[in-house]
Design a protein. Sequence first.
Lengths: 161, 179
Amino acid sequence: MGVNAHPQLGGDGFILSKISDIANWGRKNSLWPMPFGTACCAIEMMSSFASRFDMSRFGAEVARFSPRQADLMIVSGTITYKMASVCRKIYEQMPEPKWVIAMGSCTCGGGPFDSYAVVQGIDEFLPVDVYVGGCPPRPESVIDAVMKIQKKIENVGAPLV
Amino acid sequence: MSFDTKTAVGSINQNLPGCIVEQEEFRGETTLVIKRERIEDVATHLKENLDFKFIVDVTAVDYLGIKSPRYEVVYLLHRFGADYDDNVRLRLKVRLTENELRVSSLTGVWKGADWLEREVHDMFGIEFEGHPDLRRILMPEDYDHYPLRKDFDVRNREPSKKSFERALREVGADYKPAS
């Protein structure tokens, strides 16, 4: 009857899976990014979301400016120590499970700013999942980073609760 | 009637004699070194009587090991005019020694000097007397160095880290340094 009798499900009407796999499958195809843009990389990030490059093809187009509605933080732009505490606070406000992309040379390792104010890589205070080099990275690289996050969710996943 | 800096210098010398310590000309730019105690008088005269209505920037230079006195505070002024020639820029400087890092605030003359003087205070530790709100503007409030002084190591991140960790403790964020 109903769904179970549908021929596309093999006639017998069963799908065998684990509930965590289904949850991860759902998570990876509907990432909600939280853009943390502080510099020029943010412009390139906007371009990745917009029509020419169109991140929505990969199920991650709805950028949320509230951390409570997001599960992927894209840190794009130079992070100073004064900004770092704000960045960490916003990360704490995101619900679990959550992932982080370090976009651009500055977030990966300080970029050209070997100075008293700039954090030499945001992994000093955030657990980064994917690093994207470039100054700024091409939108293709950003999309590639999101796809790598999707692969990570598929392979490693996150606990159900 | 066109206006040039000679008119301005003449007017200052006439109305406030002895205020200009030194005058430099370089590629059509005029720089006046002003007596520290008289900067507010000169600024008021320039704004009220000579139409220098706009303060473009306030900054400072640290000449550690190059010349003495060590510091110079630099004021860039602009005078708007209907004709091209009436638009004039003028640079004022005040020399400060290490023992007397104080100069009158110009916020009473130009309101726009407020944040500019706060930045100079933040970066060089120069006190602006009479400033309404002389707090740090760029660095964290508990930061205890002056980054643009020449004897500060620009790669020294430890003070910034301390302020960062304190800011996190204040909100109770769960922060563990990377191992």
